[in-house]
Design a binder for this molecule. Structure first.
Ligand code: PLP
Length: 381
């Protein structure tokens, strides 16, 4: 390999992305379509590439992004499917939304008025999805009288098409089902009131995230929003892993750049926090926390070399770290190093690294930095 991916690369298995999508689709109701959540550059996996992979699937209604810039990137990547912005959309982009058929989440009166003006200025209609707060207490109108009045306004203002309404689960990844059942009931009651009191059936109702897709079939509705599971990762350890089979999508690979034998009593890395107890074979790996490899794995994590575990010694630096290869005498400079993923019979999952580093698997994936080239492969078809 001579293409700049030797130092470190994130391998993204597009076959696994399709497998995960199909796997979820088999599990949901026939009439339910899917939104692929590709915010934060597809949880670090590469939003544009994931979107172009999924665009062929009829059951993928569209994509969800967190910001206008992310939504525009998906549009510019060539997809003509709808893109929904899940968070607040600031007014500077309202006219462009109209041009790009990007759907904002709407819950503020002032935004509604400004969107309406932008649509009229463009002579077009902006489709919106109304965000409802049923228990997350983040964005969204409350499902009460004032909320109903807001929906009435949305239906009345010129230039606005109420295409969808959604809510978001706060605790669907927990064993206890009560909080989520309450959220589903509040949402269903509220859309029922819209139907009965305002005489309007909002075409696209959605509430499930990945955990909801796995555990709450009754919450399928018109659309579901698949995020973390699309990448083969689990929402939490309380989710049943037997319901929907998933394959991890991202591996993180590097190569050993240096090996040396040092005597006992040798201190390793910043702060000298690790001291060798005997003669030790130490390998240097050119990956550090600036690549998104968590510094909190210092002295705790391990990598795989030739299918064997090699512990991290001392502190992880910005761009490098050291590992103990004393137990792998066959290890050589330029050998491949697996930081996340499979090497022969061994595997390091994002979940395991999350546990070891005291972080969250979602966070680890998002934090793999821009400096790490993403390489798209199809190991799994
Ligand atoms: C991020 C997000 C999702 C996806 O959540 P996952 O747990 O990754 O499936 C769905 N809906 C909203 C509103 C979100 O913000």
């Amino acid at each position: 390999m001579t293409d700049g991916t030797q130092r470190v690369r994130a391998e993204i298995d597009l076959g696994a992305v399709l497998f995960n999508m199909e796997s979820m689709h088999r599990h949901i109701d026939e009439g339910t379509k899917m939104i692929a959540v590709i915010k934060a550059n597809g949880y670090g996996h590469g939003a544009a590439r994931i979107a172009s992979e999924l665009d062929q699937l009829d059951y993928v209604w569209g994509y969800a992004a967190a910001t206008f810039e992310e939504a525009r990137e998906i549009r510019q990547a060539g997809s003509s499917k709808p893109v929904l912005i899940l968070g607040h959309c600031f007014p500077y982009c309202y006219e462009e939304l109209a041009d790009l058929a990007i759907r904002p989440a709407v819950f503020r009166k002032d935004s509604l008025a400004q969107l309406s003006r932008a649509a009229q200025a463009k002579g077009s209609r902006i489709p919106i999805h109304i965000a409802v707060d049923t228990g997350m207490t983040r964005i969204g109108i409350r499902p009460d009288e004032a909320g109903l009045a807001f929906v009435r306004d949305c239906l009345a203002v010129p230039g606005i098409e109420v295409e969808g309404i959604f809510t978001h689960f706060a605790r669907a990844d927990e064993w206890d089902r009560e909080a989520t059942k309450d959220q589903i009931r509040l949402f269903t009651d509220f859309t029922g009131r819209i139907r009965e009191e305002l005489g309007y059936e909002i075409p696209l109702k959605h509430c499930s995230n990945s955990a909801g897709i796995i555990a709450y079939p009754e919450a399928n509705m018109d659309l579901v929003r698949a995020g973390i599971t699309l990448y083969g990762l689990w929402p939490s350890d309380e989710v049943d892993r037997d319901i929907i089979p998933l394959k991890p999508v991202m591996s993180l690979k590097s190569h050993i750049v240096y090996i040396k034998d040092v005597p006992a009593g040798c201190r390793v890395s910043y702060g000298g926090t690790y001291e060798t107890k005997e003669e030790t074979r130490i390998a240097t790996v050119p990956v550090g926390y600036a690549d998104g490899y968590p510094r909190s794995l210092s002295g705790k994590g391990y990598v795989l070399v030739r299918g064997k575990k090699a512990p991290i010694l001392g502190r992880i630096c910005m761009d490098q770290c050291m590992i103990d290869v004393s137990g792998i005498p066959e290890a050589r400079e330029d050998d491949e190093v697996t930081l996340i993923g499979r090497d022969q019979g061994q595997v390091i999952t994002m979940e395991e690294l999350g546990d070891l580093s005291g972080r969250f698997n979602y966070e680890l994936a998002c934090d793999i930095s821009e400096r790490v080239p993403r390489i798209y492969v199809r190991n799994f078809d």
